[in-house]
Design a protein around this ligand. Structure first.
Ligand SMILES: Cc1cc2nc3c(=O)[nH]c(=O)nc-3n(C[C@H](O)[C@H](O)[C@H](O)COP(=O)(O)O)c2cc1C
Length: 223
């Protein structure tokens, strides 16, 4: 059974949730919902708000190495359901958002200029850090790891944003990666990391499955 830690304000003021209590509530109540209203879809403004919230995610050196491909056309959604091994809830959601990661540091020039413009790095330091960052992408494995790490954080932001806006959303990796890359027309240096089915709720969801206890997952000083 998972426990629910109750964290109160204490004298040290560290372990409290008073600054953004609703944020804590939102992340603790978020669910991967499968019950979508098949007759309602999100509008363009909502889609753009979700994507904007996703872009506030942290990323390595602020490279923002992600793209979002939203699929809403009925025929295209049928294709996505097939590529997701028949997961029908994608169609019922009405919107499938693929969070796509960069396996190459293509935004590095622009982003390191912004570090300099903001006075956070001098030109020489920016150039050095950029070279190190670019070198970090050299192996294929490293490029994929960066793509997955950064895009996953953006995906979690998107999920929390959907929840905060009263929508239902589910992250999914149960899809044919190569088939999706081809279907979306992704270039070779971009990979589909997560598919998020999102839409208005169709009602209740089953009870949440238990979480592993903190004692079970928290290791102090060493594993
Ligand atoms: C990497 C990843 C892949 C997942 N793939 C699928 C999927 O293909 N289909 C699906 O319905 N849910 C998928 N899920 C949702 C999980 O089943 C869900 O997050 C988990 O059961 C915990 O439930 P909760 O998100 O409601 O807390 C995936 C979640 C993650 C993080």
């Amino acid at each position: 059974m998972s426990q629910q830690l109750e964290v109160d304000v204490d004298e040290s003021g560290v372990a409290h949730d008073e600054t953004f209590p609703e944020a804590i509530e939102a992340l603790r109540t978020r669910r991967s919902g499968h019950n979508f209203d098949p007759d309602e879809d999100i509008d363009d403004e909502t889609l753009e708000a979700l994507i904007e919230d996703a872009t506030y995610a942290p990323s390595s050196y602020n490279l923002q190495p992600w793209e979002f491909v939203a699929v809403q056309d009925d025929e295209n959604l049928d294709e996505v359901v097939d590529l997701a091994y028949g997961q029908e809830h994608v169609r019922e959601a009405g919107t499938a958002i693929f969070v796509v990661g960069h396996t190459e540091p293509e935004t590095a020039d622009r982003v390191f200029e912004e570090w300099v413009e903001a006075g956070r790095f001098d030109e020489e330091t920016a150039e050095q850090v950029k070279e190190q960052t670019v070198a970090g992408y050299e192996s294929e494995r490293a490029g994929r790891d960066y793509a997955i790490r950064n895009a996953s954080l953006a995906a979690e932001n998107l999920l929390l944003s959907a929840h905060a806006r009263g929508l239902t959303a589910t992250p999914m990796s149960g899809f044919d990666f190569e088939g999706v890359s081809e279907f979306l027309g992704l270039p070779d240096d971009k990979i589909p990391v997560v598919l998020i089915a999102v839409g208005p709720s169709g009602g209740e969801e089953p009870e949440r499955l238990p979480r592993r206890d903190v004692d079970d997952v928290l290791h102090r000083e060493e594993y």
